[in-house]
Design a binder for this molecule. Structure first.
Ligand code: FAD
Length: 141
């Protein structure tokens, strides 16, 4: 038996997901390594494939196709080109995601969000420690 569509659950899932991914881009390194840039790009592509709401996943995939988070630089020696992708810094990544969310907002008839307010809207509560820090090796546990 198929389940009835539940708009409340779909909206809750959307809010939770936006919260996670906006907070993530706002904690993304200011100067990411190529590995971190690849990781962010892969993360969004995998999320768009596995997102549980089918309609949303298709919309997300189309948005990523039109506005990719990162195309691997075609000419790695030309730094200006490689640095211009969306994953090249915290600022570019968070503004890129804000504009993706605004495109979804527009399609759903919601108000545009002012991306100047990102910093004050998202706080992970994690202080200043860098992401992905390995635990100390002398920990007896
Ligand atoms: P949300 O859009 O969930 O936003 C939550 C909060 O984020 C807002 O209250 C605001 O404080 C802040 N915010 C709003 N816009 C931005 C922005 N641009 N940048 C940063 N912060 C912002 N639902 C559908 O019905 N159909 C779809 O096709 C669909 N596609 C989706 C695709 C993705 C990738 C995701 C994550 C969700 C999708 N959703 C879709 C869910 C939808 O986007 C909303 O999450 C849901 O409708 C609840 O909306 P909301 O008004 O509570 O605010």
């Amino acid at each position: 038996m198929s389940k009835l569509e539940n708009a409340t659950a779909k909206a809750e899932l959307g809010r939770a997901t936006w919260k996670l991914i906006h907070t993530m881009t706002l904690r993304y390194p200011e100067k990411p390594t190529q590995d971190e840039r690849d990781a962010l790009s892969s993360y969004f592509h995998l999320l768009s494939r596995l997102y549980p709401c089918g309609e949303c996943a298709i919309e997300f995939q189309q948005l990523l196709k039109a506005h990719p988070p990162q195309a691997r630089p075609h000419f790695p020696s030309r730094l200006s080109e490689s640095d211009s992708t969306q994953t090249s810094s915290r600022r570019t990544a968070s503004l890129w995601l804000c504009s993706i969310h605004n495109r979804v907002n527009e399609r759903l008839g919601k108000e545009e969000f002012d991306c100047a307010h990102l910093d004050e809207t998202y706080d992970c509560g994690c202080g200043d420690e860098p992401i992905g820090t390995a635990p100390p090796t002398n920990n007896p546990m």
